[in-house]
Design a binder for this molecule. Structure first.
Ligand SMILES: C[S@@+](CC[C@H](N)C(=O)[O-])C[C@H]1O[C@@H](n2cnc3c(N)ncnc32)[C@H](O)[C@@H]1O
Length: 628
């Protein structure tokens, strides 16, 4: 019984009591229930409170059950509808029976709440709540700026500045937009098409947000797709862990920015999402953002179970890995959560009074509670990872064990990504501040035989796209065993510094040749795949710089291309008339199993050139994309 009363007390403590929910729970010495249990119930109920409020109000529960206070009603209804074991009270307990006798009605209202949100399953509703979309109207006074990505699949930066953001004052620093009461915007210097706006302005009801013209996405969360920078020659892209889809839709926007005509973009994004409920959210986001023509969804599919050698992935040249992590970089985790309580109006009319025990006589009316944030540096007690999983972490050892489990999974994901035969770019990111999930994973991955065999290496800072090269916050040198170059290659973002981002980590992996390009690729082949041999019967090497040799490159393919066509190398069967001593005029046709008949300039496949050839995103707004 104490669980619900204790959770109710902690959630309804005066806002000036200070401290985060975590610190309030774990600093209380006289609790009868397990602190982690109270925390899990309280945090989950807050997350669900907009839905629970509706359910309680529409079921008229407060009028029918006068002993139940608003806060107790949503805690109990939460467990009735969402906890595996239901309400944690004896079956005959008065509080439990007062809720359970309305079970059918409450469940019906819960279903209606889901349908009102146009979600087809409870799983999808859960994913919707986890994604934070339900509280998009949060108007908290947090000084963290609101980052807004302009979705260039649907609109342009210029158009948005002229319409949605008309009347905003332009700030020259991100700091200036944080000022409460202002109406300012800052155009980001690192990421194209990204703005920071004053956080107290609620954009969630704007047409631009509803139509997918703008997407709320923290600056640091925009780093991975921008660093990956999928170019036409990169072929297909895999987003290994996609929901809710911020990075998937960002990849699509960049892909299209590199193509002058959207119709000509033959590249696809394979978006994997293991959790079916989250996959529904992903699908919604992809549709709203208008990236569906280029996105192949793999709902409910575990990326680790894909076969990298499957023909379906033979053109995959780039992968984005943004796996589940501790979520320790997420801003606002330590604050008091927002709580929506059911309206007391009806109950008040009929004269009902909340009981003294466990409840507060003066419950707030139909409004959200906002609490001030207090520094909570010492609380390690509970970890809520970015999938919403709550883990009790009462000691350094607990934390170590949790981080070890997470990093094992993260490494496994990287090893799997390394196996895609045509891949030559990978980004690895987390919203964790812990080196165990970041620099340590990178080092272990690089040291692993799979990485070495397949030629994967870290993408150096000097090789990174401009905005990332110029970003000042880099990896932790001490976590990189004093390897300056590696630390400099790693990208970090801090959650409490002047840049106004969440805590984040990112590293790029590259290899100069896809695996399929073996030494054999250096030898010429005719159109049937046979090695071209000289008079002595020795295979003719490709002479990349020799322009004097006549011949058409179209007559020749490399081994990798023939393997790609499903043809096998044959024994030499003599000269072919039409290819006798002919060698291509151009440099070697580098095996590029990624090209899908799209315009392909072989010279631009060389890594060193890609940065120079890249369009200057962000300097000019992209032109309007045709909506399919
Ligand atoms: C950090 S979130 C991804 C956020 C997403 N990239 C974005 O920016 O919107 C991690 C996601 O990976 C999913 N996931 C975890 N393991 C997976 C796996 N083995 N295969 C596919 N998805 C996985 C989780 O369900 C979760 O939705």
């Amino acid at each position: 019984m104490s669980l619900y009363y204790e959770a109710a007390d902690l959630l309804t403590a005066p806002t000036n009591a200070g401290g985060s929910l975590k610190s309030r729970i774990f600093s209380k010495k006289d609790l009868k229930s397990q602190p982690a249990q109270i925390y899990a119930l309280a945090i989950e109920t807050c997350k669900w409170s907009t839905v629970l409020k509706e359910v309680v109000e529409y079921a008229d529960l407060l009028r029918l059950e006068r002993k139940v206070t608003p806060i107790l009603s949503i805690l109990l209804v939460h467990d009735l509808l969402l906890a595996k074991r239901g309400i944690a009270l004896p079956a005959t307990h008065g509080l439990r029976t007062s809720i359970e006798r309305h079970k059918a009605r409450l469940q019906a209202e819960f279903t209606k709440a889901r349908i009102r949100r146009k979600l087809s399953t409870v799983e999808a509703l859960k994913a919707h709540i986890e994604s934070g979309l339900e509280n998009a109207s949060d108007t908290s006074d947090s000084p963290h700026p609101r980052w807004v990505r302009i979705n260039t699949l649907k609109t342009t930066l210029e158009d948005q500045l002229d319409t949605t953001f008309a009347g905003y004052e332009y700030a020259t620093t991100v700091d200036a937009v944080r000022q409460r009461g202002s109406k300012r915007l800052f155009i980001d210097n690192n990421i194209p098409n990204l703005l920071a706006i004053t956080p107290s302005i609620d954009m969630s009801k704007s047409d631009a947000y509803r139509s997918g013209d703008i997407i709320f996405q923290d600056k640091a969360s925009c780093f991975p797709a921008y660093l990956l920078d999928p170019l036409p020659e990169d072929g297909d892209i895999v987003d290994t862990c996609s929901a809710p889809g911020n990075k998937t839709t960002h990849i699509a926007a960049i892909l299209l920015a590199h193509n002058s005509e959207p119709d000509e973009c033959s590249q696809s994004i394979h978006a994997f999402e293991k959790n079916k409920g989250r996959a529904e959210t992903l699908e919604k986001m992809v549709n709203v953002a208008g990236s569906q023509p280029w996105t192949k969804l793999h709902p409910g599919q575990d990326f680790l179970k894909t076969d990298p050698d499957s023909p379906a992935y033979k053109n995959v040249g780039a992968l984005l890995l943004d796996p589940s992590c501790s979520g320790s970089g997420i801003v606002g985790r330590d604050e008091m959560p927002e709580l929506h309580l059911p309206n007391l109006k009806e109950a008040a009319k009929t004269g009902s009074k909340p009981p003294k025990k466990g409840g507060k006589a003066a419950e707030p009316k139909d409004e959200s509670r906002k609490r001030k944030r207090e520094d909570n540096a010492s609380s390690l007690e509970v970890m809520v990872d970015d999938d919403g999983e709550v883990t009790a972490v009462n000691s350094e050892e607990d934390l170590r064990v949790r981080l070890e489990a997470l990093s094992k999974f993260q490494l496994e994901l990287l090893f799997h990504a390394f196996k895609f035969p045509a891949a030559r770019k990978i980004t690895y990111s987390t919203c964790s501040i812990h080196a165990e999930e970041n620099e340590s994973v990178v080092q272990k991955a690089l040291a692993h035989p799979t990485a070495k065999e397949r030629g994967w290496r870290i993408q150096k800072r000097s090789e990174q796209i401009r905005g990332m090269r110029e970003w000042p916050v880099r990896g932790l040198i001490e976590a990189c065993n004093s390897n300056d170059e590696l630390a400099d290659a790693c990208i970090r973002a801090n959650k409490d510094d002047e840049h106004g981002t969440m805590g984040f980590f990112l590293a790029g992996f590259v290899r100069d040749q896809p695996e399929a390009v073996s030494l054999d690729a250096e030898f010429l082949r005719d159109e049937r795949g046979h090695l071209v041999r000289d008079l002595m019967g020795i295979p003719v090497r490709v002479q990349p710089q020799d322009d004097s040799i006549a011949g058409s490159k179209d007559n020749f393919k490399t081994l990798a291309q023939y393997q790609d066509d499903g043809e096998e190398e044959e024994e030499w069967a003599g000269f072919e008339d039409d290819v006798k001593e002919e060698v291509p005029k151009t440099k070697a046709i580098k095996a590029d199993p990624r090209s899908k008949g799209q315009k392909h300039d072989t010279s631009s496949t060389e890594k060193g050139n890609t940065m120079k050839k890249r369009p200057q995103l962000g300097i000019k707004p992209d032109k309007k994309r045709r909506k399919k």
